[in-house]
Design a protein around this ligand. Structure first.
Ligand code: F3S
Length: 390
Protein backbone atom coordinates (compact mmCIF):
# COMPACT_ATOMS: atom_id res chain seq x y z
CA UNK A 1 0.00 0.00 0.00
CA UNK A 2 1.35 3.40 -0.94
CA UNK A 3 1.98 5.75 1.99
CA UNK A 4 2.47 9.50 1.72
CA UNK A 5 5.55 11.07 3.34
CA UNK A 6 3.47 12.12 6.33
CA UNK A 7 2.01 8.62 6.71
CA UNK A 8 5.55 7.17 6.50
CA UNK A 9 6.62 9.44 9.35
CA UNK A 10 3.73 8.22 11.51
CA UNK A 11 4.51 4.61 10.57
CA UNK A 12 8.09 5.12 11.75
CA UNK A 13 6.88 6.41 15.11
CA UNK A 14 7.73 10.08 14.60
CA UNK A 15 4.32 11.10 15.95
CA UNK A 16 4.51 8.86 19.00
CA UNK A 17 3.91 5.25 19.91
CA UNK A 18 0.08 5.34 19.83
CA UNK A 19 -0.17 6.69 16.28
CA UNK A 20 2.60 4.32 15.20
CA UNK A 21 0.55 1.35 16.48
CA UNK A 22 -2.62 2.71 14.84
CA UNK A 23 -0.78 3.12 11.52
CA UNK A 24 0.65 -0.40 11.79
CA UNK A 25 -2.90 -1.77 12.16
CA UNK A 26 -4.16 0.18 9.13
CA UNK A 27 -1.18 -0.80 6.97
CA UNK A 28 -1.54 -4.49 7.90
CA UNK A 29 -5.27 -4.43 7.02
CA UNK A 30 -4.60 -2.48 3.83
CA UNK A 31 -1.89 -4.91 2.71
CA UNK A 32 -4.03 -7.99 3.37
CA UNK A 33 -6.86 -6.46 1.33
CA UNK A 34 -4.72 -5.07 -1.51
CA UNK A 35 -5.64 -1.48 -0.71
CA UNK A 36 -3.78 1.02 -2.89
CA UNK A 37 -3.68 3.82 -0.29
CA UNK A 38 -5.28 5.37 2.78
CA UNK A 39 -8.23 7.75 2.34
CA UNK A 40 -9.51 10.40 4.77
CA UNK A 41 -12.62 9.57 6.80
CA UNK A 42 -15.25 11.89 8.25
CA UNK A 43 -16.05 9.85 11.34
CA UNK A 44 -15.44 6.66 13.28
CA UNK A 45 -17.74 4.57 15.43
CA UNK A 46 -15.98 2.27 17.87
CA UNK A 47 -17.23 -0.99 19.37
CA UNK A 48 -15.60 -2.87 22.24
CA UNK A 49 -17.08 -0.67 24.95
CA UNK A 50 -18.73 -3.16 27.29
CA UNK A 51 -16.50 -4.68 29.95
CA UNK A 52 -18.66 -7.81 29.58
CA UNK A 53 -17.40 -8.34 26.04
CA UNK A 54 -13.84 -6.93 26.06
CA UNK A 55 -12.74 -7.72 29.63
CA UNK A 56 -9.23 -6.54 30.52
CA UNK A 57 -8.27 -6.11 26.84
CA UNK A 58 -9.20 -2.46 27.45
CA UNK A 59 -5.75 -2.01 29.02
CA UNK A 60 -4.53 -1.64 25.43
CA UNK A 61 -6.76 1.43 25.06
CA UNK A 62 -5.24 2.86 28.25
CA UNK A 63 -1.80 2.37 26.78
CA UNK A 64 -2.72 4.75 23.92
CA UNK A 65 -3.29 7.69 26.33
CA UNK A 66 -1.57 10.91 25.34
CA UNK A 67 -2.92 10.98 21.82
CA UNK A 68 -6.41 11.89 20.58
CA UNK A 69 -8.69 10.93 17.73
CA UNK A 70 -8.49 12.97 14.52
CA UNK A 71 -12.17 12.73 13.51
CA UNK A 72 -15.57 12.68 15.21
CA UNK A 73 -15.66 9.33 17.02
CA UNK A 74 -18.53 7.78 18.93
CA UNK A 75 -18.67 4.73 21.19
CA UNK A 76 -20.95 1.68 21.25
CA UNK A 77 -23.05 0.65 24.30
CA UNK A 78 -21.29 -0.30 27.52
CA UNK A 79 -22.34 -2.84 30.15
CA UNK A 80 -24.41 -0.54 32.37
CA UNK A 81 -26.45 2.65 32.56
CA UNK A 82 -23.79 5.19 33.50
CA UNK A 83 -26.17 7.14 35.74
CA UNK A 84 -28.48 4.42 37.07
CA UNK A 85 -26.09 1.49 37.35
CA UNK A 86 -27.03 1.03 41.01
CA UNK A 87 -30.55 0.05 39.91
CA UNK A 88 -29.06 -2.70 37.73
CA UNK A 89 -27.84 -6.16 38.68
CA UNK A 90 -24.12 -5.45 38.16
CA UNK A 91 -21.32 -5.92 40.70
CA UNK A 92 -19.22 -3.08 42.11
CA UNK A 93 -16.14 -4.58 40.48
CA UNK A 94 -17.92 -4.52 37.12
CA UNK A 95 -18.91 -0.87 37.62
CA UNK A 96 -15.31 0.09 38.44
CA UNK A 97 -13.92 -1.76 35.44
CA UNK A 98 -16.63 -0.41 33.13
CA UNK A 99 -15.88 3.16 34.23
CA UNK A 100 -12.19 2.50 33.55
CA UNK A 101 -13.06 1.44 29.99
CA UNK A 102 -15.20 4.56 29.42
CA UNK A 103 -12.47 6.83 30.83
CA UNK A 104 -9.83 5.18 28.63
CA UNK A 105 -11.89 6.08 25.53
CA UNK A 106 -12.68 9.56 26.90
CA UNK A 107 -8.97 10.31 27.27
CA UNK A 108 -8.55 9.59 23.55
CA UNK A 109 -11.21 12.19 22.74
CA UNK A 110 -13.90 9.63 21.85
CA UNK A 111 -17.39 10.95 22.48
CA UNK A 112 -18.79 8.46 24.99
CA UNK A 113 -22.41 8.54 23.84
CA UNK A 114 -22.48 4.77 24.30
CA UNK A 115 -25.08 3.93 21.69
CA UNK A 116 -25.34 1.74 18.60
CA UNK A 117 -27.40 4.38 16.77
CA UNK A 118 -24.79 7.16 16.38
CA UNK A 119 -26.60 8.17 13.16
CA UNK A 120 -29.63 9.23 15.24
CA UNK A 121 -27.68 11.50 17.57
CA UNK A 122 -25.48 13.60 15.34
CA UNK A 123 -22.83 11.25 13.98
CA UNK A 124 -24.82 11.07 10.76
CA UNK A 125 -22.76 10.56 7.60
CA UNK A 126 -24.06 11.80 4.26
CA UNK A 127 -24.28 9.89 0.99
CA UNK A 128 -20.86 9.05 -0.45
CA UNK A 129 -18.95 10.04 2.70
CA UNK A 130 -16.12 7.71 3.77
CA UNK A 131 -16.24 6.60 7.40
CA UNK A 132 -14.77 3.78 9.52
CA UNK A 133 -17.45 2.21 11.66
CA UNK A 134 -17.64 -0.91 13.78
CA UNK A 135 -21.00 -2.30 15.05
CA UNK A 136 -22.64 -4.34 12.31
CA UNK A 137 -26.13 -2.84 12.67
CA UNK A 138 -24.76 0.69 12.27
CA UNK A 139 -22.45 -0.33 9.40
CA UNK A 140 -25.37 -1.81 7.44
CA UNK A 141 -27.54 1.23 8.13
CA UNK A 142 -24.79 3.69 7.17
CA UNK A 143 -23.90 1.91 3.92
CA UNK A 144 -27.36 0.89 2.83
CA UNK A 145 -29.79 3.55 4.08
CA UNK A 146 -27.50 6.60 4.23
CA UNK A 147 -25.24 5.68 1.29
CA UNK A 148 -22.09 6.32 3.33
CA UNK A 149 -19.06 4.09 2.76
CA UNK A 150 -17.52 1.89 5.42
CA UNK A 151 -16.18 -1.60 5.72
CA UNK A 152 -17.30 -3.73 8.65
CA UNK A 153 -14.59 -2.57 11.04
CA UNK A 154 -13.68 -4.32 14.26
CA UNK A 155 -12.92 -2.46 17.49
CA UNK A 156 -9.13 -2.17 16.85
CA UNK A 157 -9.41 -1.05 13.21
CA UNK A 158 -12.15 1.52 13.92
CA UNK A 159 -10.04 2.94 16.76
CA UNK A 160 -6.89 2.95 14.60
CA UNK A 161 -8.79 4.77 11.83
CA UNK A 162 -10.07 7.30 14.38
CA UNK A 163 -6.52 8.00 15.63
CA UNK A 164 -5.14 8.49 12.10
CA UNK A 165 -8.27 10.00 10.51
CA UNK A 166 -7.91 7.61 7.57
CA UNK A 167 -8.78 4.10 6.45
CA UNK A 168 -7.43 1.78 3.71
CA UNK A 169 -9.19 2.10 0.35
CA UNK A 170 -10.72 -1.33 -0.34
CA UNK A 171 -14.02 -3.20 -0.05
CA UNK A 172 -17.15 -1.10 0.34
CA UNK A 173 -15.21 2.16 -0.08
CA UNK A 174 -15.00 1.33 -3.80
CA UNK A 175 -18.05 1.79 -6.03
CA UNK A 176 -17.49 -1.47 -7.93
CA UNK A 177 -17.70 -3.48 -4.69
CA UNK A 178 -21.14 -2.12 -3.82
CA UNK A 179 -22.93 -3.95 -6.65
CA UNK A 180 -25.53 -6.52 -5.56
CA UNK A 181 -24.78 -10.22 -6.04
CA UNK A 182 -28.18 -11.69 -5.21
CA UNK A 183 -31.78 -10.63 -5.82
CA UNK A 184 -34.14 -11.32 -2.91
CA UNK A 185 -37.84 -11.04 -3.83
CA UNK A 186 -40.33 -10.63 -1.01
CA UNK A 187 -43.90 -11.40 -1.98
CA UNK A 188 -45.84 -10.06 1.00
CA UNK A 189 -46.29 -6.65 2.55
CA UNK A 190 -44.27 -6.24 5.73
CA UNK A 191 -44.57 -4.19 8.90
CA UNK A 192 -42.79 -3.77 12.22
CA UNK A 193 -40.95 -6.93 13.39
CA UNK A 194 -41.46 -8.54 9.97
CA UNK A 195 -38.38 -6.53 8.97
CA UNK A 196 -36.43 -8.18 11.80
CA UNK A 197 -37.53 -11.59 10.59
CA UNK A 198 -36.71 -10.67 6.99
CA UNK A 199 -33.24 -9.44 7.96
CA UNK A 200 -32.59 -12.60 9.96
CA UNK A 201 -33.51 -14.72 6.93
CA UNK A 202 -31.58 -12.60 4.45
CA UNK A 203 -28.38 -12.56 6.54
CA UNK A 204 -28.54 -16.35 6.75
CA UNK A 205 -29.20 -16.70 3.02
CA UNK A 206 -26.65 -14.29 1.59
CA UNK A 207 -23.65 -14.76 3.90
CA UNK A 208 -21.19 -12.23 2.46
CA UNK A 209 -23.03 -11.48 -0.82
CA UNK A 210 -24.66 -8.06 -1.15
CA UNK A 211 -28.40 -8.51 -1.66
CA UNK A 212 -30.80 -6.27 -3.54
CA UNK A 213 -34.25 -6.67 -2.03
CA UNK A 214 -37.42 -6.29 -4.05
CA UNK A 215 -40.40 -5.51 -1.83
CA UNK A 216 -44.04 -5.71 -3.00
CA UNK A 217 -45.33 -2.52 -4.74
CA UNK A 218 -46.21 0.40 -2.43
CA UNK A 219 -43.88 -0.81 0.36
CA UNK A 220 -42.32 2.10 2.21
CA UNK A 221 -40.39 0.81 5.22
CA UNK A 222 -39.87 3.43 7.92
CA UNK A 223 -36.39 4.36 9.12
CA UNK A 224 -37.09 2.33 12.27
CA UNK A 225 -37.97 -0.72 10.18
CA UNK A 226 -34.78 -0.24 8.14
CA UNK A 227 -32.84 -0.01 11.40
CA UNK A 228 -34.22 -3.41 12.43
CA UNK A 229 -33.62 -4.89 8.98
CA UNK A 230 -29.99 -3.68 9.08
CA UNK A 231 -29.40 -5.08 12.57
CA UNK A 232 -30.86 -8.49 11.75
CA UNK A 233 -28.92 -8.86 8.49
CA UNK A 234 -25.76 -7.94 10.39
CA UNK A 235 -26.55 -10.50 13.11
CA UNK A 236 -26.90 -13.53 10.85
CA UNK A 237 -24.80 -12.53 7.82
CA UNK A 238 -21.33 -11.13 7.29
CA UNK A 239 -22.26 -8.73 4.51
CA UNK A 240 -21.85 -4.98 5.11
CA UNK A 241 -24.65 -3.57 2.96
CA UNK A 242 -27.88 -4.22 1.07
CA UNK A 243 -30.03 -2.37 -1.43
CA UNK A 244 -33.82 -2.10 -1.63
CA UNK A 245 -35.23 -1.33 -5.08
CA UNK A 246 -36.87 2.08 -5.14
CA UNK A 247 -35.90 2.85 -1.53
CA UNK A 248 -32.18 2.94 -0.74
CA UNK A 249 -30.01 5.66 -2.32
CA UNK A 250 -27.81 3.53 -4.57
CA UNK A 251 -30.46 1.03 -5.69
CA UNK A 252 -31.26 2.81 -8.96
CA UNK A 253 -27.67 2.86 -10.19
CA UNK A 254 -26.96 -0.86 -9.83
CA UNK A 255 -27.29 -3.87 -12.10
CA UNK A 256 -29.57 -6.85 -11.55
CA UNK A 257 -27.82 -9.99 -10.29
CA UNK A 258 -28.48 -13.35 -11.96
CA UNK A 259 -28.80 -15.23 -8.67
CA UNK A 260 -32.32 -14.91 -7.29
CA UNK A 261 -34.24 -16.19 -4.29
CA UNK A 262 -37.79 -15.66 -3.02
CA UNK A 263 -39.07 -15.16 0.49
CA UNK A 264 -42.57 -16.47 1.07
CA UNK A 265 -45.16 -15.61 3.68
CA UNK A 266 -44.52 -18.94 5.43
CA UNK A 267 -40.78 -18.18 5.75
CA UNK A 268 -41.59 -15.13 7.86
CA UNK A 269 -44.52 -16.63 9.74
CA UNK A 270 -42.38 -19.31 11.34
CA UNK A 271 -40.57 -16.63 13.39
CA UNK A 272 -43.70 -15.91 15.39
CA UNK A 273 -44.02 -18.86 17.75
CA UNK A 274 -45.64 -19.51 21.12
CA UNK A 275 -45.10 -16.85 23.79
CA UNK A 276 -46.58 -18.41 26.92
CA UNK A 277 -43.53 -18.52 29.18
CA UNK A 278 -42.50 -14.89 28.85
CA UNK A 279 -40.69 -13.46 31.88
CA UNK A 280 -39.17 -10.31 30.38
CA UNK A 281 -39.82 -7.95 27.47
CA UNK A 282 -36.90 -6.07 25.91
CA UNK A 283 -37.22 -3.44 23.17
CA UNK A 284 -34.42 -1.27 21.86
CA UNK A 285 -31.97 -3.41 19.89
CA UNK A 286 -30.71 -1.33 18.14
CA UNK A 287 -31.40 1.50 20.60
CA UNK A 288 -34.90 3.01 20.28
CA UNK A 289 -35.44 6.13 18.21
CA UNK A 290 -37.66 9.00 19.38
CA UNK A 291 -40.53 7.71 17.23
CA UNK A 292 -40.23 4.22 18.71
CA UNK A 293 -40.45 5.70 22.22
CA UNK A 294 -43.63 7.51 21.16
CA UNK A 295 -45.02 4.30 19.68
CA UNK A 296 -44.28 2.35 22.89
CA UNK A 297 -46.05 5.02 24.95
CA UNK A 298 -49.12 4.97 22.66
CA UNK A 299 -49.31 1.17 22.88
CA UNK A 300 -48.87 1.14 26.68
CA UNK A 301 -51.62 3.72 27.06
CA UNK A 302 -54.00 1.74 24.88
CA UNK A 303 -53.26 -1.59 26.57
CA UNK A 304 -52.88 -0.67 30.25
CA UNK A 305 -56.50 0.04 31.31
CA UNK A 306 -55.10 1.66 34.43
CA UNK A 307 -52.69 -1.20 35.17
CA UNK A 308 -48.89 -1.25 35.47
CA UNK A 309 -46.87 -3.84 33.57
CA UNK A 310 -46.83 -7.26 35.21
CA UNK A 311 -43.65 -8.57 33.57
CA UNK A 312 -40.23 -6.95 33.68
CA UNK A 313 -40.12 -4.63 30.67
CA UNK A 314 -36.94 -2.86 29.52
CA UNK A 315 -36.58 -0.22 26.82
CA UNK A 316 -33.05 0.67 25.67
CA UNK A 317 -32.18 3.95 24.04
CA UNK A 318 -29.39 6.50 23.62
CA UNK A 319 -28.97 8.96 26.49
CA UNK A 320 -29.31 11.90 24.08
CA UNK A 321 -32.66 10.51 22.85
CA UNK A 322 -33.89 9.82 26.39
CA UNK A 323 -33.07 13.41 27.38
CA UNK A 324 -34.72 14.86 24.28
CA UNK A 325 -37.84 12.74 24.89
CA UNK A 326 -37.92 13.10 28.69
CA UNK A 327 -41.67 13.83 28.81
CA UNK A 328 -42.56 10.64 26.91
CA UNK A 329 -39.95 8.65 28.83
CA UNK A 330 -41.49 9.71 32.16
CA UNK A 331 -44.92 8.57 30.96
CA UNK A 332 -43.48 5.22 29.80
CA UNK A 333 -41.83 4.78 33.21
CA UNK A 334 -45.15 5.53 34.93
CA UNK A 335 -46.40 2.19 33.57
CA UNK A 336 -43.55 0.41 35.39
CA UNK A 337 -41.32 0.08 32.33
CA UNK A 338 -37.59 0.74 32.84
CA UNK A 339 -35.96 2.98 30.22
CA UNK A 340 -32.22 2.32 30.22
CA UNK A 341 -29.36 4.14 28.47
CA UNK A 342 -25.72 3.44 27.55
CA UNK A 343 -26.22 -0.34 27.44
CA UNK A 344 -28.53 -3.08 26.20
CA UNK A 345 -29.92 -6.50 27.05
CA UNK A 346 -27.12 -8.28 25.19
CA UNK A 347 -23.97 -6.43 26.25
CA UNK A 348 -24.83 -5.94 29.94
CA UNK A 349 -24.35 -8.77 32.45
CA UNK A 350 -27.46 -7.55 34.32
CA UNK A 351 -29.99 -9.57 32.30
CA UNK A 352 -28.56 -13.07 32.40
CA UNK A 353 -31.02 -14.64 34.84
CA UNK A 354 -34.08 -14.48 32.59
CA UNK A 355 -35.42 -17.64 30.98
CA UNK A 356 -37.63 -16.34 28.16
CA UNK A 357 -37.24 -12.97 26.47
CA UNK A 358 -39.79 -11.34 24.18
CA UNK A 359 -38.49 -8.79 21.69
CA UNK A 360 -39.18 -7.16 18.33
CA UNK A 361 -35.47 -7.40 17.43
CA UNK A 362 -33.98 -9.89 14.98
CA UNK A 363 -30.52 -9.15 16.36
CA UNK A 364 -31.60 -10.21 19.86
CA UNK A 365 -33.10 -13.34 18.33
CA UNK A 366 -29.56 -14.31 17.31
CA UNK A 367 -27.54 -13.06 20.29
CA UNK A 368 -29.68 -13.61 23.41
CA UNK A 369 -29.27 -17.43 23.34
CA UNK A 370 -25.51 -17.02 22.81
CA UNK A 371 -24.65 -14.19 25.19
CA UNK A 372 -27.40 -13.95 27.83
CA UNK A 373 -27.13 -17.08 29.94
CA UNK A 374 -28.77 -19.33 27.32
CA UNK A 375 -32.21 -17.70 27.60
CA UNK A 376 -34.95 -18.51 25.12
CA UNK A 377 -36.03 -15.65 22.91
CA UNK A 378 -39.21 -15.04 20.90
CA UNK A 379 -39.88 -12.49 18.20
CA UNK A 380 -43.12 -10.48 18.43
CA UNK A 381 -44.48 -7.35 16.81
CA UNK A 382 -44.05 -4.29 19.06
CA UNK A 383 -47.79 -4.24 19.76
CA UNK A 384 -47.70 -7.87 20.92
CA UNK A 385 -44.62 -7.18 23.10
CA UNK A 386 -46.61 -4.51 24.92
CA UNK A 387 -49.74 -6.69 25.17
CA UNK A 388 -47.71 -9.48 26.80
CA UNK A 389 -46.43 -7.09 29.46
CA UNK A 390 -49.87 -6.85 31.13
FE1 F3S B 1 -27.20 -2.26 19.94
FE2 F3S B 1 -26.94 -4.00 21.88
FE3 F3S B 1 -28.47 -4.53 19.87
S1 F3S B 1 -25.32 -2.82 20.97
S2 F3S B 1 -27.62 -3.44 18.12
S3 F3S B 1 -28.78 -2.86 21.34
S4 F3S B 1 -27.06 -5.95 20.81
Amino acid sequence: MHLTKEEERIYKGEEGWAREKAMEILVAIGDINNASKLIPIKSAHISGASYKTIGDAFEFINSLAGTTVKVKSTLNPTGMDRENWNAMDVSETFVTKQNDVINAYKKLGVSVECTCVPYLIGNTPTCGEHIAWAESSAVLYANSVLGARTNMEGAPSALAAALIGKTPLYGLHRTENREPEMLVCVNRTLADADYSALGFLIGDLVGNKIPVIELPPASFPSTDELKHLSAAIGATGSVGMYHIKGITPEADAIGSPAEKTEIEKADLKKFYTDTEKVDVIAIGCPHCSASELQQIYRLLKAESKGRKVRNDFFVFTARAIKERMHGVVRKIEDFGVKVICDTCFVVSPAFESYKCVITNSGKMLRYVPLLCGGADVRLCRTEECVRLAF
